[in-house]
Design a binder for this molecule. Structure first.
Ligand SMILES: *Cc1c(COP(=O)(O)O)cnc(C)c1O
Length: 220
């Protein structure tokens, strides 16, 4: 199946209120053009250099929305923040402080999701529950005037056991609802679900899925 058919089959199955972000990491700009021609506007990258290079190559496609989903080091902000519609992988207070400094220096507001570490693997990044509460308390006190907190991003444990995956997503959903009461009105995105587990994520309440290999094939 070509990219267009893959996208069409996803849109046929996804409830219309759920956003689809096409994860284009490790795929060439030509694949993004193909997806854009089929109507896809939201794309995600995980490496700063790759994002800035593709944003330059595809600058003629003015309506693309770039999402950043990889671990972001504070010394790489310049390669990401000028292009990013949404930084989905904010995983530390140190990073938030650096984003706030960049936003102030550049008179911009940066939209972010906070990454919730729900999976069993230690290798995955993200805040625990207390860390998330602390950040939103600080935000309510006005510590991050240049940052718009849009919601949570979570990745489930990498396992074939669907009940484990479903439990991870449900825990994230419950936390998202609880945090929504302490966050601002903009806190309305719950980004969960990839090629292998997006149906489980949607069932558990995700409203944004990030799908790469199903759309574009194996990463190069
Ligand atoms: C790579 C990646 C995806 C997409 O994964 P696929 O299995 O290719 O759909 C989604 N989210 C994050 C954070 C990723 O790094």
């Amino acid at each position: 199946m070509a990219v267009k058919e893959r996208l069409e089959s996803l849109y046929a199955e996804l409830p219309p209120e759920i956003a689809l972000v096409a994860v284009s990491k490790f795929h060439p700009s030509s694949a993004i053009r193909e997806a854009r021609a089929a109507g896809q506007l939201d794309f995600a990258e995980s490496r700063p250099q790759e994002l800035s290079a593709k944003a330059a190559e595809l600058a003629d496609l003015k309506d693309l929305r770039w999402h950043f989903i990889g671990h972001l080091q504070t010394n790489k902000l310049k390669m990401v923040l000028p292009y990013a519609h949404l930084v989905q992988s904010v995983d530390s207070e140190r990073l938030l402080d650096a984003i706030q400094d960049w936003a102030a220096a550049n008179s911009r507001t940066v939209s972010v999701l906070l990454e919730y570490h729900v999976a069993a693997e230690d290798s995955k990044q993200g805040f625990d529950e207390c860390g998330l509460e602390l950040v939103l308390e600080k935000a309510a006190e006005g510590c991050y005037p240049g940052i718009c907190f849009r919601g949570l991003m979570a990745m489930a444990t990498n396992t074939d056991e669907e009940t484990v995956v479903a439990e991870d997503f449900e825990r994230a959903r419950r936390l998202f609802l609880r945090l929504s009461t302490m966050a601002g009105e903009d806190f309305d995105l719950l980004s969960m679900g990839m090629s292998g587990d997006w149906r489980i994520a949607v069932e558990a309440g995700s409203n944004m899925v990030r799908i790469g290999s199903y759309i574009f094939g194996e990463r190069i």
